[in-house]
Design a protein around this ligand. Structure first.
Ligand code: ADP
Length: 171
């Protein structure tokens, strides 16, 4: 994709597993897209972490869930997130903050990243109250037992989850 901006300070990188993308993620992306010229959604490829969807499936689901956002680029990356930011000369790393447990993890990641790359700043965006307890993990649990997904994930993800778990139940 052609870069939307040539100024790396106007780009925010939002990394995560996105297995799968939820409405909480979409809300953060919408809000960041209003603050920066470009948002890069970075799917962290962590083969040691078991995942439901492949990187390509996650990428497709994110793309189809973000049709309305014009200034977004979706990429995947192996290795450290800060190395991706360095390669692209970006300085802003965005994370979403939900419950108290997120805080400890995020503050330690931000400190480590700051030691490794002091030029990169972590920006935390508070989750909206309705998404405060929403996680990819809880969504997968709901889907596994056939619960309602429409208020948790975008429509393409509802369908993908239903398909995935229906197949499992038939097997
Ligand atoms: P990771 O495995 O790196 O935490 P996730 O895909 O679970 O990746 O989350 C990516 C980012 O989005 C993290 O900063 C996480 O805190 C944030 N996030 C996850 N769910 C929500 C939500 N419901 N509302 C706001 N932010 C969220």
């Amino acid at each position: 994709m052609k870069p939307l901006t040539t100024d790396p300070r106007r780009i925010a990188v939002y990394p995560g597993s996105f297995d799968p993308i939820t409405l909480g993620h979409v809300d953060i992306i919408n809000r960041v897209a209003r603050l920066y010229d470009q948002v890069i959604v970075l799917i962290a490829n962590a083969p040691e972490k078991p995942s439901l969807f492949s990187i390509q499936e996650r990428k497709d689901l994110i793309r189809r869930s973000l049709n309305h956002v014009v200034n977004v680029e979706i990429v995947s990356h192996d290795g450290l997130t800060i190395d991706f930011l360095k390669q692209r000369n970006c300085h802003v790393l965005v994370r979403g903050l939900r419950a108290v447990v997120d805080f400890e993890y995020e503050i330690s990641m931000s400190n480590i990243n700051n030691k490794l790359a002091p030029e990169i700043e972590t920006i935390l965006i508070f989750a909206r109250p309705e998404y405060y307890f929403l996680s990819s993990r809880s969504v997968k649990e709901v889907a596994r037992y056939g619960g309602a997904l429409d208020e948790l994930v975008p429509l393409p993800v509802v369908k993908a989850l239903q398909q995935r778990f229906q197949l499992d139940r038939k097997e």
